[in-house]
Design a protein around this ligand. Structure first.
Ligand code: BGP
Length: 490
């Protein structure tokens, strides 16, 4: 079974986890630049300073608000993985050549907002930042690789947090739109696939880390979501006006959810969990707030600061396609008595007795992609794109080689499941970009040892390492998969 010729095979990354050069060539400070390293057991922290009192401190990344008067800041004595990351900024030519060698048809990356507008809302963009991405896109096109660009991936200029409190403020709508239009104009003809906001539903889990906000209450998060919906619709509108070739996608963190037992209460729990996630795609793909969400707002006394034009924009400018991340299924139960908790992509579930997990508790699920593709395609009937899937593993470099057969095994199962969705079920799937195609910093833990790549990067959790790039066994395997259009998974 083969996948169609025009299918976009490739890999995915994000600027805050890959680029480094956090203060070079005029780049401003972003939220990712003030997030410390952590591990599976020790959470990452956001460091802050109160410029008036001089107090300093940290908060967790799971929705804890910043104290009154505190501003995200780089402090002495902490290690910040984004500052160098795996240094795409100085290695992009070498890295893109390796991606081309694997046969990539596309490469998902994000733009660092603060490379373009150091304070988020500067009068003129930073030419050095714009030029860097010009060079990257030119390099990709040299090899016939199509860029897929995420405009906002776990990013927010710190200056905007300090000035406006972040996305709860309606001012962010126009500021973000202006940033996006700058990219759309500058890279017209070079980029035609865009994603507005990475994993927008993480507003509910990590609003400070992912989007930079001071207000994390339910009301605050509802307002953030609304402002982002309006901003994203404005970007869709402008993208189509600037170049009719442009295709703009939304990006959802999605995973199928399984009930641990046949207790119907588990099914209700799943229904409610799905509503929390699909609220975001319902608005961005169907163009209106779903009834279940409006009812919830009514019950909770949530009132949005909105204008009638917002709803017109949301309705008229839905996304062209839906992209999503999916690493494995999530298992839930109302009765947690004998259930073992496991992690996931910023989610928490229980151990599924039928599924293995990696060292970080993420499930290895041979069916998740077929299930996810079908659920989302049936609901929206719009093209889909799997933009994140993969497995984190503490790879070992032995005699200059990495034998990552566990990664090959995971990908064999996942790609077969994706192929079933396309070939057996007829899902309209635009592409597949394996997450972290080259080793980058883990978003969840800030570690280097949680590696996803086909390409190993010699860099350790403490920041040491030569940054040398080394092909893993999976590199040669993926090359074969792409060359055979997904037929040869052996
Ligand atoms: C998603 C993010 C990515 C990425 C991935 C893997 O939530 O969009 O940025 O990091 O998860 O997660 P982690 O790096 O925590 O293993």
């Amino acid at each position: 079974m083969k996948i169609n010729n025009d299918f976009l095979w490739g890999g995915a990354t994000a600027a805050n986890q890959y680029e480094g050069a956090y203060d070079e060539d005029g780049k401003g400070l972003a939220i990712a630049d003030v997030i410390t390293n952590g591990s599976h057991t020790v959470g990452r922290r956001i460091t802050w300073k109160n410029p008036v009192t001089g107090d300093v401190g940290t908060i967790g990344i799971n929705g804890e608000p910043l104290p009154q008067g505190a501003q995200p800041a780089v402090l002495e004595g902490y290690y910040y993985p984004s500052h160098q990351a795996t240094d795409f900024y100085h290695h992009y030519k070498e890295d893109i050549a390796l991606m081309a060698e694997m046969g990539f048809k596309c490469f998902r990356m994000s733009v660092n907002w603060t490379r373009i507008f150091p304070n988020g809302d500067d009068e003129v963009p930073n030419e050095a930042g714009l030029r860097f991405y010009d060079d990257v896109f030119d390099e990709l096109h040299k090899y016939g690789i199509e860029p897929l660009v995420t405009i906002l991936h776990f990013d927010c200029p710190v200056a905007l947090i300090n000035k406006y409190g972040g996305w709860t403020n309606r001012k962010m709508i126009d500021i973000f739109h202006r940033y996006a239009v700058t990219l759309l104009n500058r890279y017209k003809g070079k980029v035609k696939y865009w994603l507005t906001i990475n994993e927008i539903n993480h507003i509910d889990r990590i609003p400070v880390m992912a989007f930079g906000t001071l207000e994390t209450s339910l009301q605050g998060r509802a307002q953030m979501a609304h402002n982002m919906f309006v901003a994203s619709s404005m970007v869709v509108k402008s993208a189509h006006e600037i170049d009719p070739e442009n295709k703009v996608g939304m990006m959802l963190a999605y995973k199928p959810t399984y009930p641990l037992t046949a207790d119907p209460k588990n099914q209700i729990l799943i229904l409610e969990n799905e509503q929390k996630i699909m609220f975001y795609s319902d608005v961005m793909m169907r163009g209106k707030y779903p009834e279940y969400r409006l009812k919830m707002y009514e019950r909770e006394g949530i009132v949005l600061d909105s204008k009638p034009e917002d709803y017109e924009l949301i309705e008229k400018y839905t996304c062209d396609f839906l992209s999503f991340s999916c690493y494995g299924g999530n298992t839930v139960t109302v009765d947690e008595t004998n259930a073992e908790n496991v992690g996931g992509n910023f989610t928490q579930g229980v151990k599924n007795p039928y599924l293995e997990t990696n060292a970080w508790g993420w499930s290895i699920d041979p069916y998740c992609l077929r299930l996810a593709c079908n659920t989302l395609y049936q609901r929206y009937q719009k093209p889909l794109w799997i933009v994140e899937n993969g497995i984190g593993w503490a790879d070992e470099l032995v005699d200059g080689k990495v034998h990552d057969n566990y990664r090959i095994d995971y990908l064999q199962k996942n790609i077969a499941s994706m192929r079933d969705a396309v070939v057996l079920d007829g899902v309209d799937l635009m592409g597949y970009t394996m997450w972290g195609c080259i080793d980058i910093v883990s978003a969840g833990t800030g570690e280097m040892r949680k590696r996803y790549g086909f390409i190993y990067v010699d860099k350790n959790d403490d920041g040491t390492g030569t940054l040398k790039r080394i092909r893993k066994d999976s590199f040669y395997w993926y090359k074969k998969v792409i060359a055979s259009q997904g037929e040869d998974l052996s």
